[in-house]
Design a binder for this molecule. Structure first.
Ligand SMILES: NC(=O)c1ccc[n+]([C@@H]2O[C@H](COP(=O)([O-])OP(=O)(O)OC[C@H]3O[C@@H](n4cnc5c(N)ncnc54)[C@H](OP(=O)(O)O)[C@@H]3O)[C@@H](O)[C@H]2O)c1
Length: 125
C-alpha cells in the first residue's frame, strides 16, 4: 500500500518540489495549498491537493480528519509552509485586520515583498 505524506505550502518553491519528488517516489502526497488554481496546478495521480492555510484551525482540523479517515498510515509531515522574515521580529510592524496578519507588506518595509505570502503581496501591489 502507498504511504501517505503531508506537505504544507506546496504551491511554490521547496514545498511544490518536495511534493513532486515524493510523488515521483510513489508516495501519495496530500499537498497543502491556499487557492483553487494552485490546487489545479499541482494535482496529479499521486498528488492530492488540500486547501490548507496553516493559520486556519478549521482547515488544520479538516486535514487531520482527512488523514485520520485514510486507510494509509501517515508516513511523514513536511511542515514547509511559512514566510521568511528578513529582520528581527522586534523591527517589524504587525497588522491586524484587513492586511497580512503575520507580517507587514507595506511599501515602507525594508524587506522585499517576497517575504510576504503571495496573497499579501498581491494586495500590496
Ligand atoms: N528559500 C530559503 O532560502 C529558505 C531559507 C530558510 C527557510 N525557508 C523556509 O522554507 C519554506 C519554503 O521556502 P520557499 O523558498 O520554498 O518559500 P516560498 O516559495 O515562498 O513558498 C512558501 C510556501 O508556503 C506557503 N505559505 C505561506 N504562508 C502560509 C500559510 N499561512 N498557510 C499555508 N501555506 C502558507 C506559500 O503559499 P502561498 O503561495 O499561498 O503564499 C508557499 O506555498 C518557508 O517556510 C521558508 O520560510 C526558506
Amino acid at each position: 500500500m502507498q504511504k501517505l505524506i503531508v506537505v504544507t505550502g506546496a504551491s511554490t518553491g521547496m514545498g511544490a518540489s518536495t511534493a513532486r519528488e515524493l510523488a515521483r517516489q510513489r508516495f501519495h502526497v496530500l499537498a497543502g495549498v491556499r487557492r483553487d488554481h494552485d490546487a489545479d496546478a499541482i494535482r496529479t495521480t499521486d498528488i492530492e491537493p488540500v486547501i490548507l492555510d496553516i493559520t486556519s484551525s478549521e482547515q488544520v482540523a479538516a486535514l487531520a480528519a482527512r488523514v485520520a479517515a485514510d486507510p494509509r498510515t501517515l508516513h511523514a509531515l513536511v511542515n514547509n509552509a511559512g514566510i521568511q522574515v528578513n529582520a528581527p521580529v522586534e523591527a517589524r510592524r504587525w497588522r491586524s485586520g484587513g492586511g497580512c496578519s503575520r507580517s507587514t507588506c507595506s511599501a515602507t518595509s525594508p524587506s522585499p515583498r517576497r517575504s510576504c505570502p503571495r496573497s499579501c503581496r498581491t494586495r500590496a501591489a
